[in-house]
Write a protein that binds this ligand. Sequence first.
Ligand code: HEC
Ligand code: HEC
Length: 201
Amino acid sequence: MSARKANHRRSFYFWLSAVCGLSLLAIATLHAAPRTPKSDANSSREAFLQIYKVFTSPRCQNCHPAGDSPLQGDDSHVHLQYVKRGKDGRGVYGMRCDTCHQSANLPGANMPPGNPKWSLPAPETKMVFVGRTPAELCRQLKDPKQTGGRSLAQLLEHVSSDELVGWGWDPGTGRALPPLSRADTVTQMKIWIDGGAACPQ
Ligand code: HEC
Ligand code: HEC
């Protein structure tokens, strides 16, 4: 092989490895960069269907009933002991939520779960999840009359950092978790809101 040919080959390999190296670097950087999901009305609606699955899972909907009794269990049956919402959502006289529900879960199956804020929403803003279709629930979350004037940003904040919502992902012995993690639920809410909070038909 002539010296010139060998040189050519060497520089060919040099450039090949340089190009490969650079493209690997580019791919790595793209992956590392925080991805802001581009959202439009379609992805917004899709995202809402994911949120809907979480909101209507037992851990969430048991405190968001249509009537004035909380629900219990993975089958969302009506709360035993004739427990009622009451004027402030914390039960009626003699049957206050904190009579049985402590500030943390009590260990063991069928023991009362706990959280310092344990209660139903107040009667003025019931925030019903049970029995709502995706379209109905979506419109409800955007209706200030039903959310007590809260904005979508405040709803997002509530789902991402409220400690009572957080209980849903730490529900104690024998209770199923919502279908999406809290982080994934928050991501879907962001996509929903960024895409204009579109509602399914
Ligand atoms: C122990 C009962 C309880 C459970 C369990 C519960 N919630 Fe709630 N939820 C409430 C109460 C009480 C309010 C009203 C809070 C307020 O007005 O500040 C509320 C309000 C809300 C609101 C409306 C917030 C607003 O800003 O208007 C959303 C959204 C919500 N809950 C989502 C969830 C999700 C998602 C889960 C399940 C992961 C869940 N909740 C589980 C009691 C509960
Ligand atoms: C007399 C005691 C008692 C009172 C009062 C009471 N609870 Fe309960 N609650 C329980 C027990 C016990 C459980 C657990 C039942 C089980 O897991 O089988 C429970 C479970 C629940 C659950 C089910 C959680 C889940 O996702 O499975 C909800 C929601 C609930 N209570 C809400 C309330 C609210 C809101 C109040 C007040 C308005 C209240 N409870 C008052 C005893 C009580």
